[in-house]
Design a protein around this ligand. Structure first.
Ligand code: BG6
Length: 482
């Protein structure tokens, strides 16, 4: 079967990965590297998709190669998708070099350059798995590395400390590496079911023909997490749910769900369509903020390590947004995310308009995680002598099949491979980032200006009750629709 999106060949180099590529990870002893990057690299290595790449791990701690391998072993064991094997791990570890360095010291980049030279490492990818306040200093340091500007750089959100600094940094990075080789990673764009949204929407006339305000009553995008902030307090307390989840991951999904159909099915066209959605979000100045957003914080958040004891950072956000274009006139889009909730569940729920007031609406659920699949609810006549109308459903669980689970790469695997292939298709573009950031920042400012509270909620509950108020018109929307 044909691919839905045609890849933009001008920006990618096919399946080719340059032979003597070196991937340097700054932040090599951090959570992201242990949990996501190294397990993804292990999977790529074991599945022989990436064999010749050299990996340099930059960290401040005094490890040598052996001790670093010992440190990462349990993480790899726990987080890899493919079976863990000691021998494979050893071979994978042989690809790694641990390089101890204080990356905030500009002088330290001269010895790093000497290290690269000694090992003839000339073709680079730099992964900045560090807090955004360090991006700038690392970028400056890399000016001391020969050929660094011919390589690529990968950065994680929030891409800067605030929008102004992020803009400046982005400009600097683009000037040094060129625009095409600055990769803003949003790992949700690597998730199987996020990539599936267009296929489900555009290849099924039963959905594509009714994808508008005429037939859709409302849309929910839910990302509920059971975990709290764990050991990421110092990052999270400056970020909060709006910047951590909404302005990137959830706005990406929102814009894929709501975008106009494509003519050419290229990634460039898709980016442009997504951007149009963000630009048509109802202006914050036209919103009654009380009916738009509820922020919450779980009890005991202020006692988490590295969190301010009087922190007002939100760990929960519920939003009711509108897209002011012809397709979506007055259709509410509900976005909800939070930490320490009663379940881990990420899904998009499309509720269609009822044909009669007492007949249940059709529902389509795109299940993103923990299970991946598609659920559809429709109506039938009650079996037997009754003429009553009752709901029936079909529930396709894609990830319940071992073969699908084993063959589906993790998001970071896909995206790391894409960087190695110089394929920037499934990365956030700066204009999208800027539009989302600006919108979320305005929402947040209005919320605080109007002195709206940060509602407390119990850990492992369904979140603050005040969030339900947003749904006065769609009371059933917060409830799980299946
Ligand atoms: C990250 C956020 O981007 O996404 C985390 O910083 C969040 O706070 C995580 O927990 C969720 O990712 P996933 O893949 O577990 O849904």
């Amino acid at each position: 079967m044909k691919e839905l999106i045609r890849w933009d060949l001008s920006t990618m180099h096919g399946d080719m990965i340059m032979n003597d590529l070196t991937l340097t990870i700054f932040g090599g002893t951090g959570d992201l590297t242990y949990r996501k990057l190294l397990p993804a690299l292990y999977n790529l290595y074991v599945s022989k998709q990436v064999v010749n790449i050299r990996i340099v791990i930059v960290g401040r701690r005094a490890y040598d190669h052996e001790s670093y391998c010992e440190v990462i072993k349990p993480w790899i064991k726990q987080f890899v998708r493919l079976p863990y094997r000691d021998q494979a791990f050893q071979m994978f570890c042989d690809q790694l070099s641990y390089y101890q360095m204080d990356f905030t010291d500009e002088q330290a980049y001269l010895p790093l350059q000497a290290f690269y030279q000694k090992h003839q490492m000339n073709h680079h990818i730099f992964y900045l798995a560090v807090a955004p306040r360090f991006f700038d200093i690392i970028a400056k340091g890399l000016h001391h590395v020969t050929n660094a500007n011919m390589g690529s750089v990968v950065i994680e959100k929030p891409f800067g400390e605030d929008l102004i600094s992020a803009k400046a940094l982005n400009k600097e990075l683009e000037a040094f590496f060129t625009k095409d080789r600055v990769y803003h990673i949003d790992h949700y764009l690597g998730k199987e079911m996020v990539r599936n949204i267009q296929a489900i929407r555009f290849t099924n006339p039963i959905f594509s023909n009714i994808w508008s305000h005429e037939y859709i009553e409302h849309v929910q995008i839910n990302a509920m997490e059971e975990v709290g902030v764990e050991n990421r307090g110092s990052y999270y307390d400056h970020s909060g749910a709006l910047k951590d989840m909404v302005q990137n991951h959830l706005f990406q999904i929102l814009s894929i769900i709501a975008m106009e159909p494509m003519n050419l099915y290229t990634r460039d066209e898709m980016h442009a369509r997504q951007l149009q959605v963000l630009k048509h979000l109802r202006p914050v100045s036209n919103l009654n903020i009380e009916d738009t957003m509820v922020l919450g914080q779980y009890f005991d958040y202020q006692k988490e390590p590295s969190v301010a004891s009087d922190s007002q950072t939100e760990t929960y956000a519920a939003l009711r947004l509108f897209i002011d274009n012809q397709r979506w006139q007055d259709t509410p889009f509900y976005i909800r995310t939070g930490k320490k909730l009663d379940r881990r569940e990420m899904e998009v729920i499309i509720t269609f308009k009822r044909v009669m007031p007492d007949v249940d609406p059709n529902i389509l659920i795109i299940k993103i995680q923990p299970n991946e699949g598609v659920y559809v609810r429709f109506n039938i006549k009650k079996p037997g002598n009754s003429e009553d109308i009752v709901p029936a459903s079909m529930d396709f669980c894609q990830s319940c099949l071992d073969i699908n689970r084993i063959n589906t790469p993790e998001a970071y695997e896909r995206l790391l491979l894409a960087v190695m292939q110089q394929d920037s298709s499934w990365f956030s573009k700066w204009d999208q980032i800027e539009a989302s950031w600006q919108y979320v920042e305005e929402l947040k400012q209005r919320y605080h200006k109007e002195n709206l509270p940060i509602y407390d909620y119990l850990s492992y509950s369904s979140g603050p009750q005040a969030a339900d108020v947003l749904l006065s018109k769609h009371q059933h929307a917060w409830q799980k629709s299946s």
